[in-house]
Design a protein around this ligand. Sequence first.
Ligand SMILES: [Fe+2]
Ligand SMILES: [Fe+2]
Length: 358
Amino acid sequence: MDKKINVSIGACLPGMVTAETIFNNYGAVIVWENTKLDDSSIHRLKDFRIENIQIFESSLPYKQLKEDRMPAKEAVRAEEIPFTEAYEKDTDAFKSILYDLSTGKTVSLNKTIEIANSVYSRKNDNREIINCVTQIRKVDEYTYYHCVNVSLLSMLIGKWMKLASDDIYMLVQAGLLHDIGKSLISTELINKPGKLTDEEFLMMKKHSEYGYYLVKNLKGIDERVSEAVYYHHEREDGSGYPLGLPGAEISQFAKILGVADTFDAMTANRTFKLKKSPFNVFDMMQFGCFGYLDPVIMDVFLANISHYYIGYKVKLSDGRIAEVVYINRQQYGKPVLKVDGAFIDISVAKNISIEEVL
Ligand SMILES: [Fe+2]
Ligand SMILES: [Fe+2]
């Protein structure tokens, strides 16, 4: 049966279908049940100061696009586009959204939904997703790639945590939009090389709050998505921002974004890039982010993502080439390797490290 959900009048959009008959104070009908809302009926409801109404969940905008309105042909075509090409396309499309925002144009929810659908339709390509998000990207285009990457990584985490597909879809949206508030911060500050002054850092920190208001205004978007954007820099020990919430008060979506965001930022960081090894990042996350990121979500993430590197060839600090054969759960960044017919556990062999993944 179609689920009914409570939607505030401000968030009602044309096309949503009412799941109840709505009466005015004198008992006269304003809108019948099963009515597809349009601008005039929404206006009427507002005039009567109705605050919330029941809507059929299947008529929410993203549901419509996902299940009803998305033409079958398009869906087939999306499957045929090679992953990297689709990834570049999503990134370009996202770039235009951020551009529109920074030039004061309003962003269309549909554009965001289109990209979210495209990202979501690739949920089976785990290996390709991981390859793409860990590749070296152009530094000046960091924000666009970063948003698409965080979206893809959050989707994978949702999948690995076995969340419901609606939740995973919302994570895709939240990932895309998590840093959208940066569009309201000057480009010079965003691209400033080197250390920020205290004042600049304070300014930069405002992006999660700005993002929250921008996303909240995309009517039809679930509140959990805007909330996740608001809280994505909150940390388990209360050291995050904007509110300094303790772990127990941070939403699950925001915690997932926190893990995906941290991983992508570390992977993109120059010092790690030089080493070209995701294993350094696994180490940094496992031991450096303890107390900041949710330990369970981080463990699910590291256990699964590190697994994809089994079978990869790596170059060691002593120049030899080895193969990753086993991942240590106690130390994801220090796997067991096969080299010259012998096995080395580099969590024990302290003088050897992985230089790069080949
Ligand atoms: Fe952020
Ligand atoms: Fe971010």
